[in-house]
Design a binder for this molecule. Structure first.
Ligand SMILES: O=C(O)[C@@H](CO)OP(=O)(O)O
Length: 248
């Protein structure tokens, strides 16, 4: 049996402001920092152990993992950061207010952009200073691999090679990994692990700062999955994420 823990970063400043975030490298809000610390405390209280860590290259995931590890006296663990765990790239929507976008384009359109399986949001221009090709952290990558916008399907295509090349081999080698990533990069992994249909994954919202504990069998089939945390709080945070696309 394998133990796998997935954590979405704590609330970011743009989550708080209800803005589409994607690859924009925003910090945690005060609440988000608190959520990260609580996640570490909950994992420690439950006796969960880690010996390796995977995060994205975005600070909201990095700072969340640092705080979880700090609370667990595990700051010394090796951490691998990879852009493949980044949030889904939100293209031309990045920075826009989700409720204002719903008021302008309709809640149904925003739901399609946020949760459909294969409809990408409008693309970001390569001339945009915010485009990843202008960001030094992606300088080592083939520019053609850098997205202008991603659907969940595109995100799965980006995330899964990292699962197969790094996370699954770590599990097979007997490691207990902590994976700290993002709402949609984790939905990509959860869809794969749980074998959710393209329709079923539309209804899945991952709460901030709530560890999701999987037990997998030797073929990586899910034996059990549970959020470590108060179920009422988990449900409240999931509903909060779902409601972000409503017009006010
Ligand atoms: O804005 C984003 O990048 C994501 C996660 O915060 O939002 P959503 O839940 O709307 O896909």
């Amino acid at each position: 049996m394998y133990q796998l823990v997935l954590v979405r970063h704590g609330q970011s400043t743009w989550n708080k402001e209800n803005r589409f975030t994607g690859w924009k490298d925003v910090p945690l809000s005060e609440r988000g920092l608190d959520e990260a610390k609580k996640a570490g405390q909950m994992l420690k209280a439950k006796g969960i152990e880690f010996d390796t860590v995977f995060t994205s290259v975005l600070r909201r995931a990095i700072i969340t993992s640092n705080n979880i590890l700090e609370e667990m006296d595990l700051s010394w663990l090796p951490v691998q950061r990879n852009y493949r765990l980044n949030e889904r790239h939100y293209g031309g929507l990045q920075g826009l207010d989700k409720s204002e976008t719903a008021a302008k384009h309709g809640e149904e359109q925003v739901l399609i952009w946020r949760r459909s399986f294969d409809t990408p949001p409008p693309a970001m221009s390569v001339d945009d200073p915010e485009h990843p090709c202008n960001d030094p952290r992606y300088a080592g990558l083939d520019a053609r691999a850098l997205p202008n916008a991603e659907s969940l399907k595109c995100t799965i295509d980006r995330v899964l090679p990292y699962w197969h090349d790094a996370i699954a081999p770590a599990l097979k080698a007997g490691k207990k990994p902590l994976v700290v990533a993002h709402g949609n990069s984790l939905r990509a992994l959860v869809k794969y692990l749980e074998n959710y249909s393209d329709e079923a994954i539309m209804g899945i919202n991952i709460p901030t700062g709530m560890p999701l504990l999987y037990t997998l069998d030797e073929n990586f089939q899910v034996v059990s999955s549970e959020y470590v945390g108060d179920p009422e709080e988990v449900a409240k945070l999931m509903a909060e994420v779902a409601a972000q696309g409503k017009a006010k």
